[in-house]
Design a binder for this molecule. Structure first.
Ligand code: ATP
Ligand code: MG
Length: 183
């Protein structure tokens, strides 16, 4: 049987990365499709505050099929970040523990680890942490990792990698974030 005709059901490791807009949007699109099959999806958000009103309210409407939890400690290294780097690391590590529990629970069809690449890039979690998540994943569960700067070793392991490439973004023209598009 060729790869094209194979109908085996298997969990995919999916990575949405790149500097263009659409990574979290792509993951949310997967949620909408999956809810159509009455699937269960868990989203773990690694940067607190990165999710906006629209998607938070939208996810509520997809309950109980979709659940969302935040494990990070907010934005790292920006002006209003008053937290010690260690606190960010602690929160991210706790996030890994929670994510492993969710991944192992076998309650979900898809687990989305939003902005995990960013947590890695910032040094809040390491390769071993992410590899422990991948190892814990049941064979039929899809795992989605989003965020800019996905490391090469993760890209190597993934089954599906899409790089969002910025061609144009309204921000470059000084256009502010728009309701229903950005928040
Ligand atoms: P989205 O949540 O809209 O799918 P994303 O997940 O691809 O975006 P992030 O890196 O998570 O992008 O950035 C989050 C926020 O930054 C979003 O509100 C998004 O509109 C904005 N953003 C994303 N890409 C760009 C860009 N290339 N230039 C300016 N702002 C951006
Ligand atoms: Mg995002």
């Amino acid at each position: 049987m060729t790869a094209k005709t194979k109908e085996e059901k298997r969990g995919l490791l999916i990575v949405y990365t790149g500097n263009g807009k659409g990574k979290t949007t792509a993951a949310l699109g997967m949620c909408v499709r999956a809810v159509g099959y009455d699937w269960k999806i868990s989203i773990i958000q690694f940067v607190k505050g990165s999710w906006k009103y629209g998607e938070l309210k939208g996810i509520k409407k997809l309950e109980p099929n979709v659940e969302l939890m935040t494990v990070g400690e907010g934005f790292v290294g920006i002006v209003d970040d008053t937290k010690d780097f260690k606190e960010h690391v602690k929160a991210a590590k706790e996030g890994i523990t929670v994510a492993i529990e969710k991944i192992k629970s076998e309650k979900f069809n898809i687990v989305i680890l939003d902005e995990l690449n960013v947590a890695y890039k910032l040094g809040l979690v390491n390769q071993e942490d992410i590899e422990s998540l991948l190892k814990a994943n049941p064979p039929k569960q899809h795992l989605v990792i989003t965020g800019r700067d996905a490391p090469d070793w993760l890209i190597e392991k993934a089954d599906l990698v899409t790089e969002m490439k910025e061609i144009k973004h309204p921000y470059q023209q000084g256009i502010m974030a728009q309701k229903g598009v950005d928040w």
